[in-house]
Design a protein around this ligand. Structure first.
Ligand SMILES: [Mg+2]
Length: 270
């Protein structure tokens, strides 16, 4: 059965088995919707995003006492570092660019290697997307700074973006995923799981000793890998789900639930 209510994930089970939790970022612990505008020659870039709530910040600091806390996102490592600044560095890892990078225990690692052809392909796609931006500046907002994937922000879905990728990717080795604010373009051999596999190995735990969260199709692999909790079951299914509600963040509800599992245990102990 899919998308069981969170209460079916027994607190006793959490206490006994769960060692780590992976939070997806956008739509899970912060609201979706990043504002990005780049000028036509790429010399000026404005990005506005959301902050973690004070309540979530506090809960993460508390969670770290009981679990390893990992964050997984399509965003760049630099961006995650600055956004999560207040809860770093102990017992936390950051995984960025859809599984391509991990920052843990003081070290940045690139988890998938690419050849120059791959980078050339991304450059060619980027150049064509720039031409599209010149033609439709009100539709194509610009690029988010990233190392090994390409992220273009658009006003809404644009078939032209997929066509440009198709034109340059004769080998069909790239994905081109709509993220509700633009497209992530990267190599199919890497996804968010690439980083999770590295993480569980480093932590010496089994995948099912980690709770994973997500809200989108690009979180599917991640939700299947650990004990998945979807926070938007209409978009992506998982063994467990938190129903999406206006003004609520599934990641906060999950954090509260995990903490309550640990708190009851303490009461029981004394
Ligand atoms: Mg997501």
């Amino acid at each position: 059965m899919k998308n069981k209510p969170l209460k079916d994930l027994k607190q006793e089970f959490i206490r006994q088995n769960i060692k780590a939790v992976t939070f997806d970022i956008d739509g899970v612990i912060i609201p979706v919707g990043t504002f990005l505008r780049e000028n036509i020659d790429g010399t000026e870039l404005t990005i506005k995003t959301h902050k973690l709530s004070a309540k979530m910040l506090e809960m993460i600091l508390e969670l770290k006492k009981h679990f390893w806390v990992n964050f997984s996102s399509g965003r760049s490592l630099l961006y995650l570092q600055s956004m999560l600044n207040d809860i770093l560095w102990d017992r936390v890892s950051l995984t960025a660019e859809n599984g391509n990078f991990i920052l843990m225990n003081g070290e940045v690692r690139q988890l998938a290697k690419y050849d120059q052809n791959y980078f050339q392909k991304l450059t060619n796609i980027r150049n064509d997307l720039k031409k599209l931006k010149a033609k439709k500046p009100e539709m194509v907002y610009g690029f988010e700074p990233k190392h090994v994937i390409l992220t273009v922000h658009t006003a809404s879905q644009m078939p032209e973006v997929k066509e440009i990728v198709k034109k340059h990717d004769k080998e069909k080795e790239l994905y081109c995923l709509w993220t509700s604010e633009g497209y992530d373009i990267g190599h199919k051999k890497t996804n968010k799981n690439t980083a999770l596999q590295y993480l569980v190995k480093k932590l010496k735990i089994k995948p099912k000793q980690m709770i994973t969260t997500g809200n989108n199709q690009n979180d599917k692999e991640m939700l299947d890998f650990g004990i998945g909790v979807s926070v938007d079951p209409a978009q992506v299914s998982a063994p467990y789900a938190i129903q999406k509600k206006e003004g609520e963040l599934g990641g906060e509800i999950l954090a509260e639930y995990l903490l309550s599992a640990k708190k009851k245990y303490r009461k029981h102990m004394y």
